[in-house]
Design a binder for this molecule. Structure first.
Ligand code: NAP
Length: 280
């Protein structure tokens, strides 16, 4: 361990949090870049999030990740919210600034876009209409990310239409709510299909959607990473579509957070992918 360097402490607050892959990711980077520090699990019950976030500085933390169920509840506990996080309506990263304040960021949008670019370096959000399935917490970051990258039309399909409508009216153009029953029509002419529902996750029913109307050139992305290939991605691959699984988003969202705390923008390498895949 490099003892001449300051010891930097970071972690992830969630409840439950034992399943989190973030310690494996960040501790790999700490070792890889020869830094002095540690990234730890911080199991924090919902009623204690206030004390936990406010206690970060006293405990000497450079900051932490915030995960389910605290991503919205932690927002009023920081002194400043990055404009992108404010737009998304959730934070996943807290940074203890040198001036003694706490800043909140959301790196999920970056992580998602970067996962597409890692798979297809020439990917463009304005290549054609996008269909997003699901309007839960993860969808918020993805919708904002796609809109900010210049998507011209986003068809948002959710089982509960009211949630899709609420997001469409909150975020505005180019997002349009589409009834769940019309999810297959919504694929017509699309350049990108994204699944942000929990359907297809290990232990859940598969997503029920026929891909016949999706143009063959469309990219198909599923943010689920357990399993790495969901039934949706398997069906898309069999039709000849390029596919992107959720591991890239998970790995890439960690990069800007690590940079805030440790001062190094880390790389997602094949070695890191293998290391995290082995834990899935
Ligand atoms: P969430 O807020 O609970 O939202 C779940 C979504 O799934 C909602 O849109 C919900 O529709 C839909 N859904 C659930 N059961 C359904 C069913 N039987 N039929 C149709 N739709 C159904 O969850 P989340 O936090 O957004 O997470 C969603 C998924 O993304 C999870 O699998 C999670 O692991 C994954 N994720 C991945 C990453 C990553 O880094 N790769 C990051 C975050 C999340 P209703 O609104 O109608 O209930």
């Amino acid at each position: 361990m490099a003892t001449d360097k300051p010891y930097i402490l970071a972690g992830v607050m969630g409840w439950p949090v034992a399943h989190s892959r973030s310690p494996a990711i960040h501790n790999h980077w700490i070792r890889h870049y020869g830094l002095n520090g540690s990234y730890v699990l911080l199991p924090v019950q919902p009623e204690r999030i206030n004390d936990a976030v406010r206690g970060l500085r006293a405990l000497g933390f450079a900051g932490c990740n915030i995960t389910i169920p605290h991503k919205v509840a932690a927002m009023p506990l920081v002194d400043r919210i990055d404009p992108l996080a404010a737009r998304i309506g959730a934070i996943n990263t807290v940074v203890a600034e040198p001036d003694g304040t706490l800043a909140g960021y959301n790196t999920d949008a970056y992580g998602y876009i970067q996962s597409l670019l890692d798979a297809q370096p020439d990917w463009r959000a304005d290549a054609g209409p996008v269909t997003v399935l699901g309007a839960g917490g993860a969808a918020r970051a993805i919708l904002v990310a796609l809109a900010e990258r210049g998507a011209r039309e986003i068809r948002l399909c959710n089982r509960s239409l009211d949630k899709a409508q609420a997001l469409a009216s909150e975020f505005g153009a180019p997002i349009r709510a589409v009834p769940w029953e019309q999810r297959e029509e919504a694929l017509e002419g699309c350049a990108l299909l994204v699944n942000t529902t929990s359907l297809g996750m290990k232990g859940q029913a598969p997503l029920d959607i026929a891909l016949d109307r999706l143009p063959r050139h469309a990219l198909v992305s599923d943010i689920i990473y357990v399993p790495l290939e969901t039934p949706l991605l398997a069906a898309a691959r069999q039709r000849g579509h390029a596919t992107v699984n959720g591991l890239g988003m998970l790995l890439n969202q960690a990069r800007p957070a690590f940079q805030h705390w440790f001062g190094v923008m880390p790389e997602v390498t094949a070695e890191l992918r293998r290391l995290v895949e082995a834990t899935l």
